[in-house]
Design a protein around this ligand. Structure first.
Ligand code: SF4
Length: 76
């Protein structure tokens, strides 16, 4: 899965939401989040993010961000 990280805080762009083929972005408290079970790992959103906030969970130490994204995506 891809995850939204702290650079997203207070970002007003939604370029990522517009390109996601499966609509797996949701509103968090002060960020967008990606539902980790719905993301199909296409990677299309990553280069669209002007804040460089979207990272693949294959990078080191992403467990907390996966949990953060899941927490706020699952309230919807
Ligand atoms: Fe959506 Fe693809 Fe980004 Fe996952 S990697 S959030 S499916 S655009």
């Amino acid at each position: 899965t891809y995850v939204v990280t702290d650079n997203c805080i207070a970002c007003k762009y939604t370029d990522c939401v517009e390109v996601c083929p499966v609509d797996c972005f949701y509103e968090g408290v002060n960020t967008l989040v990606i539902h980790p079970d719905e993301c199909i790992d296409c990677g299309v959103c990553e280069p669209e993010c002007p804040a460089d906030a979207i990272r693949p969970d294959t990078e080191p130490d992403m467990e907390e961000w996966v949990a953060f994204n899941r927490k706020y995506a699952e309230v919807w």
